[in-house]
Design a protein around this ligand. Structure first.
Ligand code: GTP
Ligand code: MG
Length: 276
């Protein structure tokens, strides 16, 4: 049974009832009392449509749960790399990590911009950034070390890599963006889920959050000057970061070449280090 098989008069009745029911002052009991008597055909169509909508909502919730699990998988991979690095070099390359699930309103907007309907299938097909993991490192070289080790893991498929560190955006934005697919094992299926990973340094993150604030303000006086000033801040941050990196490398290079005994002693001294 299709909607065009219901008479216009009956459709009008239903439509009017829906309109009045959605009114702010509508009283629940009244809504039911005023519900038009439906023909079997109309009742079936409405039942089918309701089932479709409810089904899509349930699928969508499930999909968001799956993206949340994919973020956990990715986060664990970076935690493992951080722990290994810590035990080997007594240094944490990862300063902090955060995850975010794209809000439904942003998902709807982005699909609309791409001319696609809001369905769970389209979310999976057309969006690569529903699940986001941000990894904040201390130094730029850590970003590449960590990203390379991550991407070469054999369950990770790299879909897209944008290096805004080697090629900063015009406004000064710098970060390494990866879109990957990771398998997630559920009770009776394995799903390859897309996750966007943004790797940046503490300083790059500091800059990006300030610049982000600017984007969401409507009418800022001196907008153009602020853009120029932010670009100057980005350049200053890049210079300071490179300087600090070269100092760190100089200190590391100066360390005496350890003997075998030194290495064993050093490892023993860190024997009880907390691995977390
Ligand atoms: P969208 O995913 O639609 O944004 O387009 P895209 O895929 O071309 O985006 P891109 O990979 O360049 O950036 C995706 C994300 O990186 C954004 O959602 C932001 O989190 C971040 N980002 C990119 N450019 C900027 C920027 O200029 N400033 C700030 N603060 N963040 C940015
Ligand atoms: Mg994107």
């Amino acid at each position: 049974m299709e909607i065009n098989e219901i008479s216009d008069a009956e459709l009008n009745n239903i439509d009017q009832w829906v309109q009045t029911s959605m009114h702010n002052d509508a009283v629940h009991g009244d809504i039911l009392m005023r519900m038009p008597r439906l023909s079997d055909a109309a009742a079936n169509v409405i039942y089918d449509r309701t089932k479709q909508v409810a089904g899509a909502l349930v699928d969508y919730r499930e999909l968001m749960m799956m993206y949340t699990c994919a973020m956990k998988e990715i986060q664990t991979k970076f935690e493992v790399l951080n722990s290994e690095f810590n035990v080997r070099y007594s240094r944490n390359p990862i300063n902090s990590m955060s995850t975010r699930l794209k809000r439904t309103v942003s998902i709807v907007e982005k699909l609309a911009r791409k001319g696609q309907a809001f369905t769970p299938e389209n979310v999976e097909r057309y969006l690569g950034d529903v699940a986001g993991v941000r990894v904040i490192c201390s130094y730029v070289d850590d970003i590449y070390k960590i990203a390379d080790s991550f991407v070469q893991q054999d369950d990770i498929t790299l879909i897209e890599r944008k290096d805004y560190i080697a090629n900063p955006k015009e406004n000064g934005y710098r970060s390494l963006h990866l879109i990957v697919k990771v398998p997630v094992f559920f009770a009776d299926q394995k799903c390859e889920m897309k996750v966007e990973v943004q790797l940046r340094t503490i300083a790059m993150d500091f800059w990006a959050s300030l610049e982000h604030q600017l984007k969401y303000k409507q009418e800022i006086p001196r907008q153009d000057e602020i853009v120029t000033e932010l670009k100057a801040c980005a350049d200053a941050i890049t210079a300071a970061e490179n300087h600090m990196l070269s100092i760190r490398q100089e200190i590391e290079a100066f360390e005496d070449t350890p003997t075998e005994d030194d290495i064993l002693l050093e490892k023993l001294s860190r024997f009880d280090i907390r691995i977390d």
